[in-house]
Design a protein around this ligand. Structure first.
Ligand SMILES: [Zn+2]
Length: 249
């Protein structure tokens, strides 16, 4: 039986019978008294457990054969979907795709770091390379969206930069900064920045040798999408005009 314990935001996962627990003692100095934080096992969020039960009982049976085939034959997604981590962007729901169809990468702001061949921990780059070089996807979609918090943060840098708890966010947003429009934000400038950032990320994808190679050989197509959360529609970048036009309606 799995259990989770929360210690000042640190989540520990263990098994009651054979504990596999990341143990960390948290000590604090408070009012001259050294205190040891107590580990209190907490129940799993009940709505998530309910969701797991409903998936197993009501959803999985309809996909059982499909999943068995995906396990036997391996995944063969044809599209790499690079979207924002925003909880309102749900790639499979948006595209009405089945398990195994989309290889999904999501991060804050649907951003693409430049190709950097030095040895480091590049999760987004690894995902791009895996999708393009190993899975050999035919299409790569960079999907931005309306009301993106990452883009909004570009216009209030002090909020992010001054927060000692978020040292990585300000640096990460550098990847979108060239899309920023001078002046204060407005609904129109935010929308334009969200769309300009999509184009910027597509351009940066071409710094990856494997992406450029596959695009030039015609084996890979890049696409820019802009998802309007409020009405469920998607605009697609027209490479000819540089405009985002309605798609699929
Ligand atoms: Zn976003």
């Amino acid at each position: 039986m799995l259990a989770a314990a929360c210690v000042s935001g640190l989540v520990l996962v263990g098994c009651w019978r054979e504990p596999i627990v990341l143990r960390r003692q948290v000590s604090t100095e408070a009012a001259g008294t050294r205190r040891r934080a107590r580990v209190a096992y907490a129940p799993m969020p009940e709505h998530l457990v309910d969701g797991l039960r409903r998936f197993k009982r009501d959803v999985f049976p309809a996909y059982a054969e499909h999943y068995r085939r995906l396990v036997a034959e391996g995944q063969q997604p044809t599209t790499l979907f690079l979207g924002c981590a925003d909880s309102r962007v749900v790639p499979d729901l948006l595209t009405n795709t089945a398990p195994g169809e989309l290889f999904v990468l999501r991060n804050v702001g649907n951003l693409v770091p430049p190709f950097e061949p030095e040895q480091s921990y590049h999760g987004v780059a690894a995902g791009i390379e895996f999708g393009v070089a190993v899975l050999r996807v035919k299409d790569l979609v960079v999907c931005g969206h309306s009301h993106c918090g990452a883009v909004r943060a570009l216009y209030s840098p002090a909020t992010i930069a001054a927060n000692a708890a978020t040292p990585h966010i300000d640096r990460w947003l550098d990847l979108a900064r060239p899309a920023q429009i001078p002046g204060p934000s407005s609904p129109e400038s935010l929308r334009r920045t969200e769309q300009r950032s999509i184009v910027l990320q597509l351009e940066r994808l071409l710094t990856y040798p494997i992406v450029r190679e596959r695009v030039e050989s015609g084996e890979l197509c890049l696409h820019g999408w802009y998802y309007l959360i409020e009405d469920g529609s998607v605009l697609a970048l027209d490479a000819g005009t540089g405009r985002f036009e309605p798609l699929g309606h």
